[in-house]
Design a protein around this ligand. Sequence first.
Ligand SMILES: Nc1nc2c(ncn2[C@@H]2O[C@H](COP(=O)(O)OP(=O)(O)OP(=O)(O)O)[C@@H](O)[C@H]2O)c(=O)[nH]1
Length: 454
Amino acid sequence: MFEGLTGRLGDIFDRLTRRGALSEEDVGAALREVRIALLEADVALPVVKQFIAGVKEKAVGQEVLRSITPGQMVVKIVHDHLVEMLGSASEGINLEAAAPVPILMVGLQGSGKTTSTAKIALRLKTRERKKILMASLDTRRPAAQEQLKILGEQVQVATLPIIPGQQPVEIAKRAMQMGRQEGFDVVMLDTAGRLAIDDELMAEVAAVRDATKPVETLLVVDAMTGQDAVTVATNFQDRVGITGIVMTRIDGDARGGAALSMRQITGKPIKLLGVGEKVDALEAFHPDRIAGRILGMGDVVSLVEKAAENIDKAEAEKLAKKMEKGTFDLDDMANQLKQIRKMGGMGGMLGMLPGIGKIKNQLKDANIDEGILKKQEAIISSMTKAERRNPDIIKASRKRRIALGSGVQVQDVNRLLKQFQDMQTMMKKVKKMGQKGFMRQGLAGLLPKGKGFP
Ligand SMILES: Nc1nc2c(ncn2[C@@H]2O[C@H](COP(=O)(O)OP(=O)(O)OP(=O)(O)O)[C@@H](O)[C@H]2O)c(=O)[nH]1
């Protein structure tokens, strides 16, 4: 559903993340484009305005972590704001009440109400081991009650026996009674829909609500109807009161704006998403995952989070000093290896960057993976303290012992010592050039030319 928006935002952030340093103007220009992208995705204007203002406020004057670019930081801020707009935490169905817990399903005709009722029943049955009773209160559309009965058979969930001629409130009461008598945990009440909102529909739903006191009143809306879905939700919220939203047909090509505006405008959470016609095509709504999907930035966001979590600033400072003094030893190297492993290894770290798939495969070929990192750590820990400080003293017989002790081949030990030597040579260079000079030249050497680094 979010493809269009994802593509637009991807382009904007691609340009942004390639810059080494960002001015307020850069952020401003990028946010103007984000604003257009959101509007084109059919997000309601007041929501867009509030969103942009919030991001701007956070982005200006934000401290940028050492290991990431300002552009990546902005992506993270936009992401966090999206999550906030979508409702922060994922909210499940509330079953906190004495059994049988009544759940009222409401919405317009054709929104996917009946299908969603069966989907939710199946989910509660299999995931929460609940005993569910479903009842159709739709006395207007011929065969509506029959449709629920067939779905019930399909998902193997009980349905209330149909008594022709009975009215919605009576059916609801009968369902609750059967629920109590036969020990059901949950009673799902599928109300009738209309083509549009009308007073009669609202009065009927309100009467059922008053007769059953539902713990959840879930509004089913069709994502394909865009901003209309938000209007429908506002209406139901004002006139009957809802506790959550089930958005269906997100497997279609809706532009996503409705999902983005829903929480902000109605104040009610989207709880579930319908992702297809099959009875198991239902997903929990996770704001963080949806935001990630919308931004489609590989996973710049978790890269930033991991960088913040794992890179200990003080540790980095200490290491830099050691580099300058030339006292970097194998213990320090082991620490470095651990840091890399904590971030999910080279593969994990690189996999989080957009467009890095190809390079990752090359690295795999070059055998830089987590196994190697672990092996190297094991080799170092098989050495004595004196050896770790000065590996020059390690003779051939000790190398064999170390290899044996860490379960590797002698050539692995040799490779590690060679790497260490290379690092020391690099340190000497750093010392000579001064750290800043090295950083500049080192990065320039690593990065493809003309990518906007200063
Ligand atoms: N692709 C897709 N189709 C869905 C989804 N949810 C429901 N449908 C389909 O939408 C159609 C209408 O669904 P119903 O459950 O009958 O709709 P309703 O809201 O109960 O309609 P009324 O009973 O007339 O009020 C059916 O063909 C469903 O299979 C979904 O998430 N994705």
